[in-house]
Design a protein around this ligand. Structure first.
Ligand code: HEC
Length: 335
């Protein structure tokens, strides 16, 4: 039972690790896809739309890679299967307030800031009863052209100020970590699958284990215990002196014969047992004969003693004397 529990534990641990790897892999694919969208917008869409930023009264957000990524992801989330997936450029000071990092994300940004070497942080987060896996990368501006709209409101196009105001998303600095690109993937389903798989595996394992034990039990009974039983019975009867030599012989013929024929250890045991039984009965026979002989001898001694006693008795003496006297009388009469 301990072995099953241990292997079950090891298995569920392994499956959980596999689930974690699987989630990590999914989130990585998504992150790479979103990066491709970002690059595409940057190199192909933005150049086409950027003139509009200057001429239109309101900002055309489609020129912004971050906006496009977010929108593409929102389209993906309309699919029921991906509704719990989530992508965010979480910034401490964003232009669009929906990109504002929450406390959890701000904490991650702080970690990236304090340890500049780190390229990736991942783990789990509980969100409204749902367990989410997250994968976060640090975000900083590397291109000075970005600073036009993210340094001071004065430098930004009018449409930008008109749409977003002059409060948010300014004062960013080159190469400084401003936030994190974070992706969320629901973990519960993957873990549920892993748990179901390990439960199934454990029950199959337990079933096979129980079957093997039953089989061993059956084989043990059939091949070992059953052959030993008649020997034990015979031994008990002999020890209680409940069986005659003839009965023992018959018993031996019926029950012991098949065991004695076997080639294994039990057969050997049976043969030893058989020899022992023979010896016991031979010895008993001998003992009986000796007792018989002894009894006869005792009888002889007894008879001799009785004769002697009779001879010694007073009346016998008297009788002898009388007989003697009568013999003398007869002798004198005949002389
Ligand atoms: C023409 C102005 C402009 C330029 C140039 C610009 N941005 Fe933005 N950026 C914006 C606006 C406007 C938003 C808000 C879009 C939205 O509604 O999501 C934004 C949003 C962002 C966001 C999302 C967080 C937030 O502030 O809401 C990131 C990240 C970002 N920009 C990075 C960059 C980078 C990197 C570059 C340079 C490659 C760049 N931006 C160039 C105007 C600009």
């Amino acid at each position: 039972m301990g072995a099953i529990a241990l292997s079950g534990f090891a298995l569920s641990h392994a499956l959980e690790q596999k689930a974690e790897y699987e989630i990590g892999y999914r989130s990585q694919i998504l992150a790479e896809t979103m990066n491709s969208v970002r690059n595409f917008t940057n190199t192909r869409v933005s150049p086409l739309l950027s003139p509009l930023v200057e001429t239109q009264p309101t900002f055309v957000p489609e020129t912004i890679p971050s906006y496009t990524v977010r929108e593409v992801f929102e389209h993906l989330r309309k699919n029921e299967e991906y509704k719990d997936f989530f992508y965010k450029d979480a910034l401490l000071n964003p232009t669009n307030l929906r990109d504002k990092a929450d406390t959890f994300e701000a904490n991650i940004v702080e970690q990236f800031r304090s340890q500049p070497g780190i390229k990736n942080i991942s783990g789990f987060r509980d969100s409204v009863g749902e367990k989410l896996f997250y994968n976060a990368r640090p975000f900083s501006i590397k291109n000075p052209t970005c600073l036009r709209c993210h340094s001071t409101p004065e430098a930004a196009p009018k449409s930008h100020i008109a749409s977003y105001g002059s409060e948010n998303g300014f004062g960013w600095k080159l190469n400084e970590i401003m936030g994190t690109q974070i992706i969320y993937v629901p973990a519960s389903k993957v873990f549920d699958d892993a748990n179901r798989a390990s439960a199934l595996f454990i029950s199959i394992f337990t079933g096979i284990f129980a079957l093997v034990i039953l089989l061993i039990n059956y084989m043990l009974k059939r091949n070992v215990l059953q052959p030993i039983k008649p020997m034990a019975q015979l031994a008990q009867k002999i020890s209680m002196d409940e069986i005659s030599a003839e009965e023992a012989a018959e018993f031996e013929h019926e029950k012991l014969a098949p065991i004695v024929k076997r080639n294994d250890e039990l057969g050997q045991l049976g043969r030893v047992f058989q020899r022992m039984v023979h010896e016991i009965y031979a010895r008993e026979q001998q003992l009986r004969q000796q007792v018989q002989k002894l009894r006869l001898e005792i009888d002889d001694v007894k008879r001799a003693r009785q004769v002697a006693e009779i001879a010694e008795s007073e009346s016998f003496q008297k009788l002898q004397e009388e007989a003697k006297a009568m013999r003398n009388k007869r002798d004198t009469a005949t002389e």
